[in-house]
Structures are given as C-alpha cells and as structure tokens.
Write a protein that binds this ligand. Structure first.
Ligand code: SF4
Ligand code: FES
Length: 247
C-alpha cells in the first residue's frame, strides 16, 4: 500500500548579517516546498543548494549529537537537525542565530566565550594516575545515575546564550559550563572534588545564577542546568561547614 507524503509550501525568513560588509542585520524571505520529513536543517540546505548559496549555517552530525546546529526557530531555541518544519504548525518559519554570541555570518555565531568557560572548569577526569589500578576503573550503575543526565549535554551552547546572568556578566561561567562542572564533581572516579567545588563557588560561579530557568527552557535535550547549579551550591556549603567544624 502506498502512502502519500504531506507537502506544504512554507515561507522561511532568515536573519542575515555579514559583519564584514553589513551595517546591521536584515531579513531575507524564501519559499520552499516541505514534507513531513523536512527538518529546519534540510530546509536550509535546500535553500542553500537551490536558491541562495550565500546563506551561512553550521552543522555536522545531522542527528542531534554534535550540538553545532542550534538556532532560534520562531523565537525558540532548537536544534535545526531535529526540528521538523511541518510539526511547527506555522506557515512562516523565522530563523535567527543564537542570541548573545557575536555573529560570524547569518546563522553562524562565534562560541569562543562558551568554550572558554567550559575549559575553565577542566572538563575531564582528574586523578593521581600513579595510583591507578591495572584494570578498568568501574563505576556502579547507581553512581553513574547521579551524573547520567549531565553526560547527555551536547555542548550546543543554547543555555549559555539564553542566560540572563551571562548577558549582564560576561565573566560568569554560565549554565553549560556549570552543568559540566556538576558532572565531573559528582563522578566517583574523579579525585578533584574539593578544588572543583572551590572553583564553582568563586566570584564568577554558581552564586551568579539567579534561577531564571531560561537555560532549562532553552535546552534542546531537556536537561536541567539550574538544578545542577543548585546542587553544586548545596555541596559546596556542606564542604565549607565540614571544614569549619573540623577547625
Ligand atoms: S545543557 Fe542543554 S542547552 Fe546547554 S549546552 Fe548542554 S545540551 Fe546545550
Ligand atoms: S547537526 Fe549535529 S546536532 Fe544538529
């Protein structure tokens, strides 16, 4: 039995800006026939291939894994490769680059500030390797469960872009880096917990979070950086109390 695909002509409004030649951003409008398998990314690729090769867009895996295709779709944070256009139930689809990052061109932004914050929390296991056993260091399913959600972060940078505290304080580590800090602080194989907690409670750390929950709303993977930040606050307070009760 053959099934017919639903098709529809949709209007795409894309925010264009090339800082090398443009004084300010402007909108370009395109029409494209889409079907129920057309994602925002496929639509952009078709527009680039058939209508306007000058549109700039960054992507890689096309499977919701690499985090490189995050954009604003009709004012909401989304992964272009995971967003089916017909399911948006709109005739006009508005595409913009992630706010608060400098635009390199059109939908491509410079995420250096996000990566710098990420590097600052040292996002890797820290151990005294001279004492490592010969065999693999195992982690129980219960211990993994504590950090499981945080390991699903794909570093798309949407949370960082949406954070009101990042907008007003560029030194703030931000929700993405702090979620990663939570992930390593609570990894039972890591041996740097004390220093990690000190770092996240520094001037630019967890206490800059005003629990606006923008990051939770923005995250295309439905993760909860705000909760991770609150846990880090509690864990660091406990560590400080322990220190003072011993001295
Ligand atoms: S927490 Fe969510 S929004 Fe933030 S970088 Fe990770 S996947 Fe992206
Ligand atoms: S292209 Fe990799 S997440 Fe969309």
């Amino acid at each position: 039995m053959s099934s017919t695909k639903e098709t529809k002509i949709l209007t795409f409004k894309i925010k264009r800006f090339n800082p090398v030649v443009d004084d300010k951003p402007y909108w370009d409008t395109y029409e494209l026939e889409c079907d129920d398998g057309t994602t925002v990314l496929i639509a952009i690729q078709e527009l680039i291939a058939k209508q306007d090769g000058s549109i700039a867009m960054r992507y890689n895996c096309r499977a919701g894994v690499c985090g490189s295709c995050a954009v604003l779709v009709n004012n909401k944070y989304a992964l272009a490769c995971e967003t089916l256009v017909l399911q948006l139930n709109k005739n006009v689809i508005k595409l913009e680059p992630l706010p608060s990052y400098p635009v390199i061109k059109d939908l491509v932004v410079d995420m250096s500030q996000f990566y710098e914050k990420l590097l600052a929390i040292e996002p890797y296991l820290k151990r005294d390797h001279s004492k490592d056993p010969e065999t693999e260091i195992l982690q129980s399913p219960e211990d993994f469960h504590i950090i499981e959600e945080a390991t699903k972060c794909i570093l798309c940078g949407a949370c960082h872009s949406s954070c009101v505290s990042v907008w007003t304080d560029t030194n703030y580590l931000g929700p993405g880096a702090l979620l990663k800090a939570f992930r390593f602080t609570n990894d039972t194989r890591d041996e740097d917990r004390r220093e990690r907690l000190k770092r996240v409670t520094s001037e630019d750390g967890v206490y800059r979070c005003h629990t606006a929950f923008n990051c939770v709303e923005a995250c295309p993977k439905e993760l909860n950086p705000t909760e991770a930040i609150q846990t880090l606050k509690r864990q660091s307070a406990k560590q400080t109390l322990k220190f003072w009760s011993r001295s």
